[in-house]
Design a binder for this molecule. Structure first.
Ligand code: CA
Ligand code: CA
Ligand code: CA
Ligand code: CA
Length: 345
C-alpha cells in the first residue's frame, strides 16, 4: 500500500511540475457481480478463464484452468458443471466453428505443462458437455507451454497461438481430418522475454501479445503478412505496471471496442480503445459489501465478452482472483456496464 501511495504522490507532483507530463488517469473502482466456486488446487492454481457463449445465452459456459490439475467448466452462476483432470493446464481459449467430424463445433484449446502439449476440447453445443476427443493433443517443443489464444481466420482456418516463458511464440494451424488432429506450424516469433497473454482480433486480423515485463505488441495475425510489430503499450511503472498477464478484446462494430489487459503488479486492469489502442484508463475490482463478493488481487488471466447474457446485458469481464476471501482462488464476473460507467466509456 505504501509503495502505491508513494507512486501516486510522485506522479501527482510530476504533473504539477511539468506541463508536458501525460494526464494521470485516476484508477476507477468497480465491483464484481458474482464469482465461481473455488478451484480445488492449492497455492497458485486458478489461472485463465474463457467464455463459450451458447445459442441460448443462459446456458453459456465459463472454462477456467486450475494450473495444478486441469480444466473446470462452470455455468454462469459459477457452479461447477464438469472438471476434466487433463494435467497442469495454464491458459485456455475458445472459438465457434471448428470443423470436426463434418460439423462446425465450438473448440477450446489449453496449454498443458504436464505433457508439454496443446490440448483440444470440443463443446457439445446441444448439451454443453466438454470432452477431449482421443488424440486431440499436439506436442510442443516448449519447456513450459504458457499462454494460448485462438484465431478463426477469414479463410476458415483455425490457428492457435502459444507462448512460453522464454519469450517464444508459435502459431499453429489446427485441422481435424481422417488422420485425426494435425497442427501445421505457420510461424515462430522471438518476442524477447517472458510472455503469456495473447489474443487474436478475428475482425481486424490483429494479434496482441503481452510481454510481461515490457508491454503489449501488435502483430498481423496472418503469418503471410509478416512479423513486423508495433508497441501499443509500454510499462511505465505508473499507469502500466509489470507484469502484464491476460489480454482480451471487447469488440464493437468492425474494428472498435476495447483491449483489456490484466496488470498483476498493482491488482488492476488497463483499458485501451480500439482500433488505435489508445489508453483510456484502468480500474480495480473492489469488494462489494452488498453482494459479499470480495476484491480481486494479483490478477492473472482474464476474458471479456460483449455478448448479452442474463444479468450482463452489455457483456461480462471474467477475471482470476488470486485470493478468495474464503481461501483458495476463483474467478469473478464483472458487469461490463459497470466498467463502462466507471471509466466513462
Ligand atoms: Ca504470467
Ligand atoms: Ca497467468
Ligand atoms: Ca469470495
Ligand atoms: Ca479476493
Amino acid at each position: 500500500m505504501n509503495t502505491r501511495l508513494a507512486v501516486l504522490v510522485v506522479s501527482a507532483f510530476g504533473l504539477s511540475a511539468c506541463a508536458t507530463t501525460p494526464t494521470l488517469f485516476p484508477t476507477a473502482e468497480v465491483t464484481a457481480s458474482s464469482e465461481t466456486v473455488r478451484v480445488a488446487g492449492t497455492g497458485d492454481a486458478a489461472d485463465d478463464p474463457a467464455l463459450w457463449v451458447a445459442p441460448d445465452p443462459a446456458r453459456s459456459l465459463i472454462l477456467g484452468t486450475d494450473k495444478t490439475a486441469g480444466l473446470y467448466v462452470f455455468d454462469l452462476s459459477g457452479v461447477v458443471r464438469q472438471f476434466l483432470p487433463a494435467g497442469r493446464l495454464n491458459n485456455v481459449d475458445v472459438r465457434d466453428g471448428f470443423l470436426f467430424e463434418g460439423r462446425a463445433v465450438p473448440l477450446a484449446i489449453a496449454t498443458n505443462r504436464t505433457t508439454r502439449t496443446l490440448d483440444m476440447f470440443i463443446i457439445d453445443a446441444e448439451t454443453g458437455d466438454v470432452s477431449a476427443p482421443p488424440g486431440a493433443t499436439v506436442p510442443l517443443d516448449f519447456e513450459e507451454p504458457y499462454g494460448a489464444c485462438l484465431y478463426a481466420a477469414p479463410d476458415g482456418g483455425f490457428h492457435a497461438g502459444v507462448t512460453d516463458k522464454e519469450g517464444a511464440f508459435v502459431q499453429l494451424e489446427l485441422r481435424m481430418d481422417r488422420d485425426g488432429f494435425t497442427a501445421i506450424e505457420r510461424r515462430r516469433l522471438d518476442l524477447g522475454s517472458i510472455a503469456e497473454g495473447c489474443v487474436f482480433d478475428d475482425r481486424t486480423g490483429d494479434l496482441f501479445i503481452a510481454e510481461e515485463n515490457v508491454g503489449i505488441w501488435r502483430y498481423p495475425a496472418d503469418p503471410d503478412m509478416g512479423d513486423e510489430r508495433t508497441q501499443i503499450a509500454a510499462i511505465d511503472g505508473r499507469d502500466f505496471v509489470a507484469d502484464i498477464e491476460g489480454v482480451t478484446i471487447y469488440p464493437e462494430g468492425a474494428d472498435g471496442g476495447y483491449l483489456v489487459a490484466s496488470v498483476q503488479g498493482d491488482d488492476a486492469y488497463a483499458v485501451f480503445r480500439l482500433p488505435q489502442a489508445d489508453y483510456v484508463g484502468r480500474f480495480r475490482v473492489t469488494a462489494d459489501p452488498e453482494t459479499g463478493v470480495d476484491e480481486t488481487t494479483e490478477t492473472d488471466g482474464i476474458h471479456v465478452s460483449a455478448a448479452a447474457l442474463p444479468g450482463f446485458q452489455a457483456g461480462v469481464l471474467i477475471v482470476q482472483d488470486d485470493a478468495d476471501d474464503e481461501g483458495g482462488q476463483n474467478f469473478k464476473l464483472v458487469d461490463w456496464a459497470a466498467i463502462a460507467r466507471a471509466l466513462g466509456l
